[in-house]
Design a protein around this ligand. Structure first.
Ligand SMILES: NC(=O)c1ccc[n+]([C@@H]2O[C@H](COP(=O)([O-])OP(=O)(O)OC[C@H]3O[C@@H](n4cnc5c(N)ncnc54)[C@H](OP(=O)(O)O)[C@@H]3O)[C@@H](O)[C@H]2O)c1
Length: 324
């Protein structure tokens, strides 16, 4: 009868309890799945780095040094590169003395060479390959910054910045690439910059070198996918390192100033951890930046005339501040 049907069907409150009970179970199940997915992802990332031969250029200071620490702790067999043999050996000794009881770690090797001398990069690559017979992950990190006006900058300075930031990593990548193609595996990461996506005044040589870097490695990614080789471009905003101190100026002298933006930038250790994560999860293009630079990148694409106006006003303000 109708009344017995009414008696058997749940009341309004009961229905609510049933629905919220099911929602709770669904939520719990989803959280469990997310946790499991994260765990599996972390395990896969760890396995990707453990025992891998990882080459880091510019390992003697700043971001490269922190990458060395983070990848060493993750169980990579490191080859540390830079121009300063003493600093590389010091870091190698420091890392060799650190061992994580939970993970197998390896004492790093070092290879000394100047990236701006593209003629010697091929022999440096041979030396790098001899360390472990292969390269699994190449981190093109070394770089130099620049400060100056285009009017007052000699073409030699433009070439110097381009040699270190662009032709050096390109030459090293080309020298290591055939062995990766032969192995049908490998990962090449380059540290670019937000300035590889947008150009800001008084950084012409630097921004140009990073834009070229982005373009080259984007082309490379498409060309080597068929060989199972991964390519990542990592573009951070300001990082608290000596980059501005070591920057070159328009006449070729060293800038020697710790810029406010750099001093207030990201902690290099946090950036190195983000790089480890990006490599482990094979991310292809990562920008590590705050809201304003991120908006600026979108503005440059979607509304270029507004972006150009903002940059011109920034140039006027910077020039005025310098003249005062
Ligand atoms: N700091 C930032 O705000 C920031 C922001 C975005 C992107 N980045 C990028 O991050 C990367 C690392 O820079 P950093 O901030 O760590 O600066 P850093 O402390 O000045 O380190 C630069 C490294 O590059 C190496 N290097 C410079 N010229 C070289 C050459 N001719 N040949 C070989 N190695 C050379 C240096 O090694 P030696 O002097 O020992 O040879 C040093 O280890 C650079 O590509 C930079 O463009 C930095």
């Amino acid at each position: 009868s109708v009344s017995s049907v009414h008696r058997r069907s749940p009341s309004g409150d009961g229905l609510m309890a049933l629905v919220s009970g099911n929602t709770f179970l669904l939520l719990l199940g989803s959280l469990g799945l997310v946790a499991l997915y994260q765990l599996l992802k972390r395990m896969r990332q760890k396995a990707y780095i453990q025992d891998a031969v990882v080459v880091i250029t510019g390992a003697s200071s700043g971001l490269g040094k922190e990458c060395a620490r983070v990848f060493h702790a993750a169980g990579a067999r490191l080859v540390l590169c830079g121009r300063d043999k003493g600093r590389l050996q010091e870091l190698s000794k420091e890392l060799a003395a650190v061992s994580d009881s939970g993970r197998k770690t390896y004492p790093p090797s070092t290879v000394t060479f100047d990236l701006s001398d593209t003629g010697t990069v091929a022999s440096a690559a041979e030396e790098i390959l001899k360390c472990h017979g292969r390269v699994d992950i190449l981190i093109n990190n070394a770089g130099i910054s620049y400060r100056g006006t285009i009017l007052d900058t000699t073409i030699d300075v433009d070439k110097e910045v381009m040699d270190i930031n662009y032709f050096g990593p390109v030459a090293l990548t080309k020298a290591i690439l055939p062995s990766m193609v032969q192995n049908r595996s490998g990962h090449i990461l380059v540290i670019s910059s937000v300035q590889g996506k947008i150009a800001i005044p008084f950084r012409s040589a630097y921004a140009a070198s990073k834009h070229a870097t982005q373009a080259f490695f984007d082309c490379l990614r498409a060309e080597v996918e068929q060989y199972g080789i991964e390519v990542s471009v990592f573009s951070p905003g300001y990082i608290k390192t000596n980059l501005s101190l070591n920057a070159v100026t328009g006449d070729g002298s060293t800038y020697g100033v710790m810029d406010k933006n750099t001093a207030e930038g990201w902690d290099p250790q946090d950036v190195a951890r983000a790089i480890l994560g990006a490599v482990g999860s094979k991310k292809r293009d990562v920008m590590l930046a705050g809201l304003l630079p991120t908006l600026a990148v979108y503005l440059r694409t979607l509304c270029p005339s507004v972006f150009f106006r903002i940059m011109a006003s920034r140039a006027r303000k910077e020039r005025k501040a310098k003249n005062n």
